[in-house]
Write a protein that binds this ligand. Structure first.
Ligand SMILES: C/C(=C\C(=O)O)CCOP(=O)(O)O
Length: 150
């Protein structure tokens, strides 16, 4: 048996683990998130009312203003930033925000993260090696046979 480890593209260096928080909606860090609390304030957003603080935040990509990069930095300075980020495909605003804020970020995983990860899973994001690893799963499954298709 081997751990469930998905290779991707390293966008922002560093290594962090945390509980998964999944959003199928894109995120505009300017406007969607309160930088003081880390709570999503955008009306009708999939994560409205939820805190991203300390989470491994999974979302497809960013949206909105370039000021979002700076809001990510504010979140980090306020201690309300996510521990790490996983994107389907990162765009430049979130890439810059993660890099200047030293938030590990990996995208373009070899498997669709929405098919593999669940809210509450414990995941390691390695932005140095460009991979994620499932450490504890809500389904109880964190390892697969070498030959097994997930
Ligand atoms: C730098 C900007 C505003 C400010 O200083 O508050 C403009 C940001 O432009 P976007 O079109 O929102 O990226």
């Amino acid at each position: 048996m081997v751990p469930i480890k998905l290779k991707g593209r390293a966008i922002s260096r560093g290594c962090a683990k945390g509980e998964v928080l999944l959003s199928r909606d894109p995120i505009s860090f300017l406007g969607s998130i309160d930088p003081k609390t880390g709570v999503v304030v955008e009306e009708n957003h999939a994560l409205e009312g939820k805190s991203i603080q300390g989470k491994v935040l999974v979302f497809p990509h960013g949206k909105g203003s370039t000021v979002g990069s700076y809001v990510m930095y504010q979140l980090k300075k306020n201690g309300t930033a996510p521990a790490a980020i996983i994107n389907l495909e990162t765009e430049p605003i979130v890439a810059v925000g993660a890099i200047i804020s030293e938030i590990p970020l990996v995208d373009m995983l070899e498997r669709n993260p929405y098919e593999v990860l669940n809210n509450g899973d414990l995941v390691l994001v390695n932005g140095n090696g460009g991979y994620i690893e499932l450490l504890k799963s809500e389904t109880g499954k964190t390892e697969i046979n070498k030959t097994e298709n997930m």
